[in-house]
Design a binder for this molecule. Structure first.
Ligand SMILES: Nc1ncnc2c1ncn2[C@@H]1O[C@H](COP(=O)(O)OP(=O)(O)OP(=O)(O)O)[C@@H](O)[C@H]1O
Ligand SMILES: [Mg+2]
Length: 297
C-alpha cells in the first residue's frame, strides 16, 4: 500500500510513529508538508502536486493537520477526497471538530453534556453573559486556544469581564465556560480508532494549576474508563464523522462532560503513557478499510 502522511514536520513524534508503524507493516510511506501541496481543479478532474510532482497511485492518506493550517489542510484533504483516495480524516469533520464552538454546539444539540458555555457579541453583554454561566468562578477561553494558552480561570464577574474586554480589544472572541471544579485539575483523553477506544489517559495539572495540558507541566497516567465514558467518546467521534479522535472529558458530579474532540490527536502522550502502539492500530484500520473497499469492487 502507498500511504501519504500530511504533516508540516516529518520529525514530529506522531509523524514518525505513524511512518515507522506503516513501514514495519510493509507499506510504502511518503511524508509531505500540506502547505507545499498544490491543487489543480478542472471539470471532473482533481489533481494534487507536491511542488511540481504530481501525486499519483496513493492508496490512503493520513492527514496530521495542525491548528495553524486548518483551512489549507482541509482544502488539500478535499482534493484527496475528490481523487477518490481514502483519508483517515474527512475535510468536513476536521473543520467541524477544529472549531471548538461549532463542536460544542453540535455535540450539545446531540444530547451530550458539556460545561455550560456562553459567547457574547461584544463588551456590552459580557457581564450579563458571565452571570448566566456563573456567580463566581468561570473559565474564559479564547476560541483559538491551544496547549492551554488563552484558557483563564477567573474568580469573579468583574475579573472575568476585564479579561473578556481585553481579548475583545485585541480582536479575539472568547467563550465563558462553567468551571468544573470536580475535575480537580484533571481531564481524560480517550483515543478512538475506528469506533473503539484504543487507549486512555488521565492528565493531572501541576499543584495550583487547573489546566491539565502536558505543555503546562501536567503529568499523565493510565486510566480505566467507565462504560459511560467509553460510550460517550465513541458516539461523539462517530457523530462528528471522525474515525480517529482524541476525546477530552472532564469528570464531574453530574457525569462525564465533553470538553473537546481533537481530529488530529497527538500520539506522544498517549503512546508514552499507555505503551500501546496506537500508530500501529491506525495503520491496521487503514488496511481493514482498503480491504473492504477492494472486496466491494
Ligand atoms: N470548563 C472547565 N472547567 C475545568 N477545567 C477546564 C475547563 N476548561 C478547560 N479546563 C482545563 O484547561 C485545560 C485546557 O483547556 P482546553 O482543552 O479547553 O483548551 P486547550 O487545551 O488550549 O485547547 P487544545 O486542547 O485544543 O490545545 C483542559 O485540559 C482542562 O484541564
Ligand atoms: Mg485541551
Amino acid at each position: 500500500m502507498k500511504i501519504l502522511i500530511l504533516s508540516r514536520n516529518s520529525t514530529l513524534y506522531s509523524t514518525q510513529s505513524l511512518y515507522n508503524a506503516a513501514v514495519k507493516r510493509g507499506h510504502e510511506v511518503q511524508i509531505c508538508d500540506h502547505l507545499l501541496c498544490n491543487i489543480i481543479i478542472e471539470k471532473n478532474k482533481a489533481e494534487l502536486y507536491l511542488g511540481l510532482d504530481k501525486m499519483e497511485n496513493i492508496d490512503a492518506v493520513i492527514p496530521r493537520i495542525g491548528a495553524s493550517a486548518t483551512e489549507y489542510g482541509a482544502a488539500v484533504i478535499r482534493q484527496i477526497e475528490a481523487m477518490g483516495v481514502f483519508t483517515t480524516v474527512r475535510s468536513e469533520a476536521l473543520l467541524k471538530a477544529r472549531n471548538k464552538l461549532h463542536c460544542m454546539q453540535f455535540l450539545s444539540s446531540k444530547g451530550f453534556d458539556v460545561p455550560k458555555t456562553g459567547l457574547c457579541g461584544g463588551d456590552l453583554y459580557a457581564g450579563m453573559m458571565y452571570e448566566q454561566v456563573s456567580k463566581d468562578k468561570a473559565v474564559v477561553k479564547l476560541l483559538a486556544s491551544t496547549q492551554g494558552l488563552g484558557v483563564i480561570l477567573t474568580q469573579s464577574k468583574n475579573q472575568g469581564v476585564s479579561v473578556i474586554e481585553g481579548f475583545h480589544r485585541v480582536g479575539h472572541d472568547v467563550m465563558i465556560q462553567e468551571f468544573i471544579s470536580d475535575a480537580k485539575g484533571s481531564d481524560i483523553r480517550a483515543f478512538v480508532v475506528d469506533g473503539e477506544i484504543v487507549g486512555a489517559m488521565l492528565r493531572q495539572a501541576l499543584p495550583g494549576e487547573f489546566r491539565s495540558n502536558i505543555h503546562r507541566g501536567a503529568s499523565s497516567s493510565i486510566v480505566k474508563l467507565t462504560k459511560q465514558e467509553k460510550d460517550i467518546a465513541i458516539k461523539a467521534s462517530k457523530l462528528l464523522g471522525l474515525s480517529i479522535a482524541g476525546v477530552d472529558l472532564l469528570r464531574s458530579s453530574r457525569g462525564p462532560l465533553i470538553l473537546e474532540v481533537n481530529a488530529s490527536p497527538g500520539l506522544e502522550g498517549i503512546e508514552g503513557t499507555t505503551k500501546i502502539d496506537i500508530a500501529g492500530k491506525i495503520i491496521q484500520f487503514i488496511e481493514r478499510k482498503l480491504d473492504k473497499q477492494k472486496q466491494l469492487k
